[in-house]
Design a protein around this ligand. Structure first.
Ligand SMILES: *Cc1c(COP(=O)(O)O)cnc(C)c1O
Length: 396
């Protein structure tokens, strides 16, 4: 028999979400997540994946992953600190450190899990964390887990950050203080003001943590936002994911050797959860090497991003303040954003509506993620569909 209180909690809350247009119906992709995807038996131009460089389906990586299964098996076999540290994990971490220009790196099972792991390994209840108001959910949860005092600052508002940082320092209440920010903000595509953040941190002796999940492979010719600004020696934690531009799965911190040594000793998901599989580790390693060897995919990504942005802007859509290929199409009302996405889908474009709580209330949008794997023809077709549906709904 199921519990009555649980049932009424679940049923009431799900009904409430549906009522307010905040309930996300999850689609199944029938096959690979490439530039065109099959959903509900029909092909759609895919503008919703984070597979920025098309590496999730790259033939070179698929071949290596298959070979790694033959040589190393399908699983790592144990947590890293017992005997689940395979040579492939060490190669991956050495490659990440080279890519990020740091002394060392540590890899985790996902980017989310990495933020949960790394923040709480260093910060505790006697510390404070200055956190950008639009930071990703995994940063927020990682900060909460640490029990440090969380002090939000207005999104990318450096005066507000400086003032709150000074107040925190002057209060004398905290042992350590960290500034934490996304490198690229995933819902708007704007870039954090890292030079100013580092300046404030140096002036006040604060720790810096940059989550570059959407920057790696994208900004700084692929090397990420921290490297774009040449700040790899100043930023303490360069966090990234292996699931977006890298195309596989996993997360990492790149930084100084003593930081990585500490995280290997104290970050709980590293100690108590098995590492990514051999196939994942080798595919990620090779993907990063490809990025270091050539900027071709990165250039294609930006070219495609600019093409889509120009097209949507010319049609009169509000595409916000994106500085990266991320192209939001801001509608406002949650239900309108969801209806827009549904009609785009019917017309052959897969572009997901993103609503509260992922973005602030009243800023519902359809977010477009062009990739290096799209052709000009696919993007032009998508723009034509945006025009047709946008006019139909009276948005343009
Ligand atoms: C996607 C994302 C993560 C989580 O990465 P996963 O590897 O998918 O777990 C963390 N931070 C930011 C900013 C992200 O966009």
């Amino acid at each position: 028999m199921s519990n009555n209180m649980l049932n009424s909690f679940l049923n009431n809350n799900i009904a409430d979400l549906k009522d307010r247009g905040l309930y996300n119906e999850i689609d199944t992709v029938q096959g690979a997540n490439g530039p065109v995807i099959k959903v509900k038996g029909k092909e759609h131009i895919n503008l919703s994946s984070n597979n920025y460089l098309g590496l999730a389906t790259d033939e070179r990586l698929k071949k290596l992953a298959k070979e790694a299964i033959d040589s190393h098996g399908v699983g790592a076999g144990a947590v890293r600190t017992i005997n689940g540290t395979l040579d492939l994990h060490i190669n991956l971490e050495e490659t990440i450190a080279k890519f990020k220009g740091t002394e060392a790196a540590i890899s985790y099972q996902s980017g989310f899990n990495c933020n949960m792991a790394a923040i709480s390994a260093v910060m505790d209840k006697n510390d404070a964390i200055l956190s950008d108001a639009l930071n990703h959910a995994s940063i927020i949860d990682g900060c909460r887990l640490s029990k440090a005092k969380i002090i939000p600052f207005e999104h990318s508002d450096m005066n507000n950050l400086r003032q709150k940082a000074k107040e925190a320092v002057d209060s004398g209440r905290y042992n350590k203080i960290m500034i934490i920010t996304d490198g690229v903000f995933s819902m708007d595509g704007d870039i954090a003001k890292l030079p100013e953040i580092v300046e404030i941190a140096e002036e006040l002796d604060l720790i810096t943590y940059v989550d570059d999940a959407h920057g790696s492979g994208v900004t700084g010719k692929g090397a990420g936002t921290v490297k774009q600004f040449g700040l790899q020696d100043q930023v303490d934690f360069q966090m990234g994911t292996l699931s977006k531009a890298i195309g596989v799965v996993g997360g990492y911190i790149a930084g100084k050797q003593n930081l990585i040594d500490w995280l290997k000793a104290r970050s709980r998901p590293f100690l108590f959860s098995t590492a990514v599989s051999p196939a994942d580790a080798i595919a990620s390693t090779r993907a990063i090497e490809l990025l270091m060897e050539s900027t071709e995919l990165n250039e294609k990504l930006w070219e495609n991003g600019n093409h889509l942005k120009d097209g949507l802007k010319k049609l009169g859509f509000n595409i916000g303040n994106s500085e990266t290929p991320i192209t939001p199409c801001i509608i406002g009302d949650e239900k309108n954003a969801q209806e827009f996405s549904k009609r785009l889908f019917k017309a052959g474009v897969y572009a997901k509506a993103i609503v509260f709580p992922t973005v602030p209330r009243g800023t519902g949008r359809v977010r477009n993620m062009p990739t290096a794997a799209h052709t000009k023809e696919m993007l032009d077709e998508a723009i034509a569909i945006y025009e047709k549906v946008g006019k139909e709904m009276g948005f343009i």
